[in-house]
Design a protein around this ligand. Structure first.
Ligand code: DGJ
Length: 546
């Protein structure tokens, strides 16, 4: 019999107990008699261009936090969990280091994996495990010592002028086989020890690609570069180049970058496929981004990773990856939104596995939800005393974490509903934009009008002093909405031209999938619209006209 890993929200308790599945187009239902069976393996499903991550058989929203790079050690974990608890995060993203997992060739140390699983289960927190192996931020610093001692088998790439570059070559079959074997062992172990599905996704490598050279110019790479572009890639990209064209003929000035992207993606795709053959958890690769608005040439960003311009190459080269995910450290609103738009594609679920820490970023969780994200997770959220500057706070304290905690306190109790409503295309969410106090969302039968700024009788036309407002609205019925937000006001207008009346406004939360009111809002709370300040509230709103 396999124990279950209930999430913090009570809805998932019910799901875990009975595998009840509601609201998924035409799907499912099974019985509690299945209690002795393992939980279903998490998977990503698609419907009409929208995606859901199914965990325990139902849509799940990752409200995540990633710890610092060197925090996944037994002595350090006690400084990780208090931050996760304070945040109300439902998922911890945490590395597994190849150098720690395979200290000697073929000898695997699973102790840290087991410890992290145990501690996560004690806290009812899910895990996304990050396989730090051949690539970590474009380098190979996490390969085991025995691999570092064999530069012939684990070569670095060679720059255009023959210089050695601190980035692994994707052209070494020995390196591929070594990484792939270790990852296979890691996934095999996970399958054996995690029938509860505490681990819901795996990141394969970390920000792969190369800094300092657009591609490998070693003799081996040069030979491959002179070869014809694989027909599979030409077909996938719809390139008009003749069959047999080499990289330069087919792609001109993009050839170097495309060649490196293909080579890195092929390597990682094979690692992912080998792991999936053992245990098919959803898998993704994360990208160090280029500037989404003014990208510049390939030598100004990390080349070869899943940047927005080579997503098609990655899709063709690495079909075992379910998601190509942006690490967003660009806090300017237009850039952040553009990145989200570039990665939310019909062939790619939107997932933000890393983003900036507290300052300026928390509202973008709602921008991501508005584009159907299956999860959002800031980086560097633990108490190991490191700051997350320049992206975040100078010191990681509860005060610094509070703006993210506010998101998660609001969303976590209804994360199953939010994920399901998003999958069903019924949810819209926004962040406040600088200099734009008012936004309108069209729900057909009603328009929602969101104004940011101080609440009250004459409120909401000026915006907040800094843009910190966020709102989420989902259509539950023709005249019924779920509304949540902070630092703004939500009202509705009817396209019939008749005046809006709040027939009933209930504050409450979801229990076992059912909205349970704790009070009715009326008077000052509704007479000039629904004002949200800094409390994590959710409302069920029933409208009528007069
Ligand atoms: C992005 C990387 O993916 C993380 O592992 C970490 O190095 C952060 N950058 C640091 O800002």
């Amino acid at each position: 019999m396999n124990p279950i890993t209930p999430d913090r929200s009570s809805f998932s308790l019910l799901l875990s107990a009975g595998w009840l599945l509601a609201g998924l187009a035409g799907v499912i239902v099974s019985t509690p008699s299945a209690a002795a069976q393992p939980m279903p393996i998490p998977e990503i499903v698609q419907k009409e261009g929208r995606f859901a991550l199914l965990v325990d058989g139902a849509p799940f929203l990752i409200l995540g936090a990633q710890c610092h790079n060197s925090s996944a050690w037994p002595a350090v974990l006690p400084k990780v969990w208090p931050a996760i608890d304070y945040l109300h995060a439902n998922t911890l993203e945490i590395p597994i280091y190849w150098e720690q997992f395979e200290p000697e060739p073929g000898k695997y140390d699973t102790s840290i994996v087991d410890l992290i699983l145990k501690q996560a289960r004690e806290r009812k927190v899910r895990l996304v495990l990050l396989w730090f192996a051949t690539w970590k931020n474009g380098s190979s610093h996490y390969i085991p010592l025995w691999a570092k001692d064999q530069p012939g088998k684990f070569p670095l790439i060679v720059g255009r002028n023959g210089e050695s570059v601190d980035s692994p070559s994707p052209h070494s079959s020995a390196a591929l086989q070594a990484d792939l074997s270790a990852f296979r062992a890691f996934m095999r172990h996970l399958k054996q020890v995690d029938a509860q599905r505490t681990v819901i996704m795996v990141q394969v490598e970390n920000e792969p690609g190369a800094w300092g050279s657009v591609r490998d110019y070693s003799p081996t790479a040069e030979e491959l570069f002179a070869d014809p572009v694989p027909a599979q890639l030409l077909a996938a990209l719809g390139t008009k180049a003749p069959a047999g064209a080499n990289w330069t003929t087919a792609f001109g000035s993009d050839a170097d970058e495309y060649f490196h992207a293909w080579s890195v993606a092929r390597f990682i795709g094979q690692v992912a496929a080998a792991g999936k053959a053992e245990y098919p958890l959803p898998m993704y690769a994360n990208a160090a981004l280029r500037d989404p608005l003014t990208p510049g040439p390939a030598n100004t960003y990390e080349s070869g990773g899943p940047t927005d311009n080579v997503l098609g190459i990655w899709r063709a080269a690495a079909p075992a990856l379910d998601v190509l995910a942006p690490d967003i450290y660009q806090h300017e609103s237009a850039r952040y939104r553009k990145v989200l738009e570039l990665y939310a594609r019909p062939d790619n679920p939107l997932f933000v596995p890393e983003t900036g820490g507290p300052a300026g970023y928390p509202r973008f969780c709602f921008s991501a939800l508005g584009l159907g994200a299956i999860g959002w997770a800031p980086f560097g959220l633990d108490y190991t005393s490191y700051s997350t500057e320049p992206q975040g706070a100078p010191r990681m304290t509860e005060e610094a974490l509070a703006p993210i905690a506010l998101n998660f306190k609001m969303l976590e109790p209804m994360m199953r509903e939010v994920a399901r409503l998003n999958f069903d295309g019924k949810l819209q969410a926004i962040a406040e934009e600088p200099g734009q106090a008012r936004q309108t969302l069209d729900f057909g039968s009603w328009k929602a009008v969101i104004t940011f700024g101080a609440g009250g009788r004459n409120n909401g036309t000026s915006g907040n002093p800094t843009p910190i407002g966020r709102a989420l609205i989902a259509k539950l019925g023709e005249n019924e909405f779920l509304v949540a937000g902070v630092y703004g006001k939500v009202d509705f207008t009817s396209p019939t031209g008749r005046k809006r009346s709040f027939r009933r406004v209930e504050e409450g939360g979801y229990e076992n999938g059912v909205f349970k009111p704790i009070r009715i809002w009326n008077g000052d709370e509704t007479d000039w619209g629904l004002s949200f300040f800094s409390a994590p509230q959710a409302l069920r709103v029933v409208l009528s006209t007069y």
